[in-house]
Design a protein around this ligand. Structure first.
Ligand code: SDX
Length: 440
């Protein structure tokens, strides 16, 4: 694939030729694998300029605000497909025929129940446990139910693991919510679609029929689509690294959930809503904008900024429209939306945010929609994790199908102590000063 090369000139050394590899779109990459043999490592904390793998699943152009899933623009998918169709596209790479879609839907529907023993896992947690802590536990625990039937080198075993995770995440997520409010778990229903089923498991009770509002179901499905995948973000990279050792896929997805929980990543939607609640009113916005600019103040505007998007996050655009649709349909006047809209207006006109290219990201509006739907703030990141499971699995599956796949094992720039001899406590008390080392 290398047509061009990069020549690395290091003083006093022979030049090192590094092949330049090009993909179908986006930046070319310098293949630095030969550096190791020449006694060098690359250094890139946070992987700002590092391509850790080859992938065909999702393409992002942060400057143009472009997000493609298998080549399809995110706004077209969000406005014209449903989440399971997007899941099929992410997993298999092409749009399904009607027969393929119906078979996929049937299979996913038939795997939505969890083993009854899983319910007893929940009863080991306090009722006020954060649902993301529970999800880390119960999703990882799924490995205990399927470990013996899983050869990750077998395509069909990887496929059934994908179906089980995609199918069971909504059931487990709804169980987290029901457990936290002391209501009985609601079983999935095979006559409802994916989003309707989730809403039904969240809000219905055994005491009466519960009608799912189709506008809410559609908004929920759109939220699932907008969070489905996002290239090599922190949690997806965590799943890939965990999976590179050959670990069980349920354990790998639990690792992804743990990484997503962070407020700089998937935890931002929960943090964003708590920030809007803390700001409280439009009058207080200027004070918080100043705090966000203050280097000595750790406060950041949650829901703003992105490692890749230095333009508007295309998902935020779709989410913003969905947000207004839901609030209009539910006839909700949410003062937090007034604060959010004013915060967006001010931030987008403020020199600091313009210079730093800090635009609202996907998490900025999702929290307001979820709150309007009646989802508690503590469940926001759980819904992000549910939605992103298909992305994590698609990348995990792609990695295992990659002939270049090997265990991920980054190196480091070592800045610690040079070799020195250990002295016993008695020797140190006799001679507290450490002797000059005679060896390098
Ligand atoms: C997600 O990677 C993905 O794709 C993630 C995601 C996905 O779908 O998987 O898109 C989902 O995680 C979206 C991001 C959600 N996080 C937040 O909303 C938290 C608030 N945002 C920031 O923490 C931050 O913007 C990050 C973490 C998102 C990005 O961090 P970077 O790329 O490491 O950028 P940075 O922290 O180096 O910031 C660059 C500058 C800094 O100032 P300087 O040091 O250059 O002077 O911008 C400033 C930062 O101080 N800055 C902010 C800010 N975000 C960055 N200042 C105020 N408020 C903010 N939100």
């Amino acid at each position: 694939m290398a047509e061009k090369t990069a020549i690395l000139h290091i003083e006093g050394r022979e030049a090192i030729e590094l092949p330049i590899l090009n993909g179908s779109i986006g930046p070319d990459v310098v293949d630095v694998r030969a550096l190791g043999a020449n006694g060098y490592f690359t250094y890139d904390p946070g992987f700002v300029a590092t391509a850790a793998c080859e992938s065909a699943i999702t393409y992002i152009d942060g400057n143009q605000g472009i997000l493609l899933h298998r080549g399809y623009p995110i706004d077209q998918l969000a406005n014209n497909a449903d989440y399971l169709e997007v899941c099929y596209i992410l997993l298999y790479g092409e749009v399904p025929t009607r027969a393929q879609y119906e078979s996929f839907l049937e299979t996913v529907t038939r795997h939505t129940m969890v083993h009854e023993q899983i319910a007893s896992f929940f009863h080991g947690f306090r009722r006020d446990a954060h649902p993301m802590a529970i999800m880390c536990g119960v999703v990882g625990a799924l490995a205990a139910f399927y470990h013996d039937s899983l050869d990750i080198n077998a395509d069909e075993h990887r496929e059934i693991a994908a179906y089980r995770l995609l199918s069971k995440m909504p059931t487990l997520a709804a169980m987290c919510y029901k457990y936290s409010i002391g209501q009985p778990f609601i079983y999935p229903r095979n006559d409802l679609d994916y989003a309707e089923n989730f809403i039904h498991m969240m809000f219905s009770t055994p005491c009466e029929e519960y009608e799912v509002n189709p506008v809410i179901a559609r908004a929920m499905d759109k939220i699932f689509i907008l969070h489905a995948d996002h290239e090599q973000n922190a949690s997806t990279s965590t799943v890939r690294l965990a999976g590179s050792s050959g670990a069980n896929p349920f354990a790998c997805i639990a690792a992804g959930i743990a990484s997503l929980w962070g407020p700089a990543h998937g935890g931002a939607n929960e943090a964003c809503l708590r920030m809007l609640e803390e700001i409280g009113s439009v009058d207080n916005i200027p004070e918080y904008i100043e705090r966000a600019k203050d280097k000595d103040d750790p406060f950041r505007l949650m829901g703003f900024g992105h490692r890749v998007y230095k333009n508007y996050d295309p998902r935020a655009t779709v989410m913003r429209n969905a947000c207004h649709e839901v609030l209009k349909e539910l006839d909700i006047e949410d003062p937090l939306l007034d604060v959010a809209m004013e915060l967006e207006r001010i931030a987008l006109s403020d020199a600091y945010f313009i210079e730093k290219k800090l635009y609202p990201n996907v998490d900025f509006y999702s929290g307001i929609i979820l709150k309007a739907i009646g989802i508690p703030v503590s469940m926001f990141t759980v819904i992000f994790a549910m939605s992103r499971t298909i992305g994590w699995i698609a990348h995990w599956n792609e990695m295992h199908g990659d002939p270049d796949n090997r265990i991920g094992r980054p190196r480091q720039l070592y800045t610690g102590a040079k070799r020195r001899d250990f002295r016993s406590m008695e020797e140190r008390e006799l001679c507290p000063e450490e002797p000059e080392q005679i060896m390098a």
